[in-house]
Design a protein. Structure first.
Length: 80
C-alpha cells in the first residue's frame, strides 16, 4: 500500500487474488490430500486411496483452469 499497490487497477488485484487461491489449493493438495494417499497406500486401503487421487485430479484441473483464466486476464488487461 505504501508504494502504490493499493491504487493498482482492478485486473492486477484480480490476478493476485487468483494466484493466492491457486496457492491455497496447492497447499491443500500437498498438506491434506497427499498424506491421505500415503496412509491409504501404507494400509493398502485402495478405495480411500482412489478417492484421494480423484480429489487431487479435480483440484489440479481447477488450478489449471484458474491459471488459464489468470493468463487470459493478464492478456486482456494489457491495454488498461
Amino acid at each position: 500500500m505504501q508504494f502504490g499497490g493499493g491504487h493498482a487497477v482492478w485486473p492486477l488485484h484480480a490476478m493476485a487474488e487468483l494466484g493466492i487461491v491457486m496457492m491455497l489449493i496447492f497447499g491443500h493438495i500437498r498438506f491434506a490430500v497427499f498424506p491421505r494417499i500415503r496412509r491409504a497406500v501404507q494400509t493398502q486401503n485402495w478405495p480411500d486411496g482412489a478417492r484421494a487421487v480423484g480429489m487431487v485430479r479435480r483440484l489440479v484441473v481447477i488450478n489449471l483452469v484458474l491459471g488459464v483464466v489468470t493468463i487470459g486476464r493478464a492478456v486482456l488487461s494489457r491495454g488498461l
